[in-house]
Every structure is written in structure tokens, then in C-alpha cells.
Design a protein around this ligand. Structure first.
Ligand SMILES: [Zn+2]
Length: 111
């Protein structure tokens, strides 16, 4: 299993057998990197996957908003327009919830 090393200055995370010679983000030398425990590493991988899922949900929500908007524009009949308007509002909540969760993860270093 690959190891994870975290830059203690900027929090850049490197994956590999050893820490990089210099941090690709802030340029500090290798000795500023700390190896993460396997538990910490697992948390990093779980966070990555979870954040990817949130981002995909945000993308899908944006797609649904566009589709609903198109349906509203066609304006076939009032119940149809109402269904699209409701979908648009509901998916907006899904999108904002995932965005808020992502922001929370970033602040807690789960990135
Ligand atoms: Zn760094």
C-alpha cells in the first residue's frame, strides 16, 4: 500500500513510497513532511471519495435545473410547469446541501 505524507506547512498531501524532495505547493524541504498513519490515510481516501460524490451530485443537480428550465420554457400546461418548478427548487436544496458539506470538509481538513 502506498503511503501518504502531509506537508506540515501547507497541508499538501503526497502519495508514494517516500515524501517528495520538496513540497510541490510551497517548496519546503522533505523534512517538513509527516507520514500519515494508516487510519489517517484511510480518512483522507474516504474524504476524497465522499467529496467526489458531492461534486457529482452538484453537477447532476445543475443538469436537472437546466432541464427543468427548458421544461418551464416549453410551457406545455400549468401542472407540467409546476412540476418543473418544484423539481428546480428541490434540486437547488440538494445542490446547496452538498456545497455546504464540501465547505465544511475543507474547513476541517477533510480534503
Ligand atoms: Zn507545502
Amino acid at each position: 500500500m502506498k503511503k501518504l505524507f502531509k506537508c506540515s506547512v501547507c497541508n499538501y498531501i503526497h502519495e508514494g513510497a517516500d515524501a517528495p524532495d520538496t513540497c510541490p505547493k510551497c517548496g519546503v524541504p522533505k523534512d517538513k513532511f509527516v507520514e500519515l498513519s494508516s487510519e489517517e490515510a484511510q480518512k483522507v481516501y474516504d474524504s476524497e471519495r465522499t467529496n467526489d460524490i458531492h461534486m457529482e451530485m452538484i453537477t447532476l443537480a445543475e443538469r436537472i435545473v437546466k432541464l427543468a428550465q427548458e421544461g418551464i420554457g416549453i410551457n406545455l400546461d400549468p401542472p407540467c410547469v409546476s412540476a418543473f418548478e418544484k423539481a428546480k427548487n428541490e434540486v437547488y436544496v440538494i445542490k446547496q446541501r452538498s456545497k455546504a458539506e464540501l465547505e465544511g470538509h475543507v474547513k476541517k481538513g477533510k480534503w
